[in-house]
Design a protein around this ligand. Structure first.
Ligand code: CA
Length: 368
């Protein structure tokens, strides 16, 4: 089997959107007639990753055997590392890796989770990931949490998404929101607090102590992601589980985070490594006895790839992230992932198991 062509394109979900609001998809075709789908990190519409795929990576993959995906993509990572291993290049390679796994599954007639060694679970609990709470009033935060409780999540994470150039901007307000959400959901409901890198080390420890009193489950990215040592300092000072890693793009950088003392790592399948990369992250986490709880906010391909991954994870200690409950992004698939009874169920089909609605995809596709 040989790769014959690779398409890299954006998908538009609403008319008159901005390019930065679109998804970044890749489709790899083979001479067997099998094709696979992948998705890159959607930062700025994934345009940087899609451009690298189109101009740098795709020309090198034409004629190659898609089953050689790990060799091919590790070669490209090292050949193009000076394009910047963090972000755009790793997102591009992640998209290609997912597409090549989709092809491998289809070619071998198996779902990806079987090729990964089998699933520990095919029904996967999720947590509702709720962004934008820094700018909301306390009452608005409560209203949006109430809405998301209707999906029957196993946990809720409130994200603050504050401006990262202004640290510790409203610690009393942030704690008040965390306290109000705890009161709303009751003492037993699992909650997480995502600081989105908004605090100084001292500010983070102060907030973390309040979260401990409120019985929060984990405290995500308390300080700037590039302050690895300080992330570890915050983790060491607190009893609450501190997590980080969604902005970590190499296995070596994840090892640095673990070494600094962070007990829960959150690499993202569309940002680094794809399925092959996340499997390596799982091995690293297991070897060091830290939790692996992948970050993942893309509702179709990214989410499905992540479900295959976490289904096969030995110690899946937290629910899978689910960011976007809207169905607007579901249009291009016949069977988009939707939770049933508070669980996502792995699709039955081969490869990723997603069935494309070709007419809708053609209509929404935007060339780069
Ligand atoms: Ca986060």
């Amino acid at each position: 089997m040989k790769i014959t062509s690779i398409e890299a394109f954006q998908v538009q979900w609403t008319p008159n959107d901005k390019p930065s609001q679109r998804s970044a998809f890749v489709r790899v075709h083979t001479d067997d007639g099998v094709s696979g789908l992948g998705e890159a990190s959607p930062m700025q519409g994934g345009l940087a990753s899609l451009s690298m795929i189109k101009h740098n990576l795709a020309p090198r993959l034409i004629g190659a055997d898609p089953l050689d995906h790990a060799v091919l993509l590790d070669t490209l990572l090292h050949d193009f590392v000076k394009l910047g291993p963090e972000g755009a290049l790793t997102g591009a390679l992640a998209a290609l890796d997912i597409a090549l796994w989709d092809i491998k599954g289809k070619a071998l007639g198996q779902p990806i989770y079987k090729l990964l060694g089998g699933a520990w679970r095919t029904a996967i609990p999720f947590y509702a990931s709720i962004g934008g709470n820094g700018d909301r009033t306390l009452d608005e935060v409560l209203r949006v949490v109430e809405t998301r409780l209707k999906d029957a999540p196993s946990a809720i994470k409130i994200r603050f998404d504050n401006n990262r150039t202004r640290l510790d901007s409203d610690i009393p307000g942030d704690i008040a929101k965390a306290r109000a959400v705890r009161k709303l959901v009751g003492d037993a409901f699992p909650l997480a607090f995502d600081a989105n890198n908004g605090f100084t080390t001292g500010g983070a420890i102060r907030v973390g102590r309040a979260l401990e009193d409120l019985g929060y489950w984990w405290f995500e990215e308390p300080v700037q992601h590039y302050h690895v040592k300080q992330m570890g300092e915050v983790a060491s000072a607190l009893e609450i589980t501190v997590s980080a890693g969604e902005q970590t793009y190499t296995l070596a950088a994840l090892a640095d985070l673990i070494e600094a003392g962070v007990p829960m790592i959150q690499p993202d399948i569309v940002k680094m490594g794809g399925i092959t990369g996340l499997q390596r992250c799982a091995a690293l986490a297991h070897a060091h006895g830290v939790e692996l709880v992948p970050h993942q906010t893309q509702p179709t391909i990214g989410h499905t790839a992540n479900l295959h991954m976490v289904a096969c994870q030995l110690h899946a200690t937290k629910p899978a992230e689910w960011n976007d409950p809207s169905t607007r992004t579901h249009a291009v698939f016949e069977n988009p992932p939707k939770p049933v009874g508070g669980m996502f169920h792995l699709p039955d089909g081969v490869g990723l198991g997603l069935v494309v609605n070709e007419a809708e995809l053609a209509k929404r596709r935007v060339e780069i």
